[in-house]
Design a protein around this ligand. Structure first.
Ligand code: IPE
Ligand code: IPE
Ligand code: MG
Length: 239
């Protein structure tokens, strides 16, 4: 059976969830935050060690300022109200993505939550915030070019491994990436890290995604054969 060391989720469809119910889009984001708690607790129970959630993309700045404000205020509420639950369930939180454009108060609350939960070990909940994979890759290319220019490294030392270790040290690539709400694209999420991830697309909008949907995704994942370019170990074939 395939093991899930790292599960990543593109939490999509909050707006549609609300619109389908004649509600304002923010209501969908509010219900989406509840789903985060539901699924992170479920991941703990299933002994999944790393869960990465796409919360805000670098492209999401194109949305109306009011929606962006609401999203950050919901994140602030989530971090503050969840701290006790995170500590109780032994969940470590960390965020990745750009830190220079997000509101100062969010940055402070994030740093406090990261610090308070840094020794939690049961689940590492990683939040992609103001995250764009192309920017991440370009930044690493720039830092490597700088290191070469300063003669700190030789171009031959730039390998897939050095690149991976600079992208997210100590975090294995995601085994499974789930996207909700029926869209079948990455939207600039983990482009480098997803080279051999399995993908699972679910038509339900994120606020409705529950434990049984997670179990369906995991069962589907467990039924797949991951070959990584080699032949199937059991059958010796590529079929
Ligand atoms: C996901 O839901 C949350 C964010 C991208 C911040 P959306 O807001 O994208 O919901 P839809 O896709 O418009 O329904
Ligand atoms: C991707 O969803 C980003 C997050 C889930 C945070 P979007 O709703 O922004 O993606 P597109 O625009 O449909 O590709
Ligand atoms: Mg969307």
């Amino acid at each position: 059976m395939n093991s899930v060391n790292h599960l990543a989720i593109i939490m999509d469809g909050n707006g549609r969830w609300a619109e389908q119910r004649g509600m304002p889009r923010w209501k969908g984001h509010e219900m989406g935050a509840r789903a985060v708690r539901r699924i992170s607790d479920a991941a703990c129970r299933r002994e999944i060690p790393i869960l990465t959630l796409f919360a805000f993309s670098s492209e999401n700045w194109k949305r109306p300022a009011r929606e962006i404000r609401i999203l950050f205020s919901l994140l602030q509420q989530y971090l503050q109200s969840e701290l006790a639950n995170l500590l109780k369930n032994d969940i470590r939180i960390s965020a990745f993505g750009r830190r220079d454009r997000i509101p100062k108060t969010i940055n402070e609350t994030l740093l406090n939550t990261e610090r308070a939960t840094q020794n939690c070990r049961r689940l590492h909940l990683r939040i992609a915030l103001d995250y764009g994979a192309r920017h991440e890759i370009a930044e690493i290319a720039r830092s490597l070019a700088q290191a070469v220019a300063e003669r700190k490294i030789h171009p031959d030392q730039i390998t897939e491994e050095t690149f991976s270790s600079r992208i997210s040290p100590a975090i294995p690539d995601p085994d499974l990436i789930i996207r909700t709400a029926g869209e079948q694209r990455l939207s600039n999420f983990l482009l480098w890290q997803s080279a051999y991830s399995e993908f699972y697309f679910c038509s339900k909008c994120w606020p409705d995604f529950d434990e049984s949907d997670l179990d369906e995704a995991l069962a589907d994942f467990h039924s797949r054969t991951r070959r990584f370019g080699a032949l199937d170990r059991a059958t010796g074939t590529s079929g």
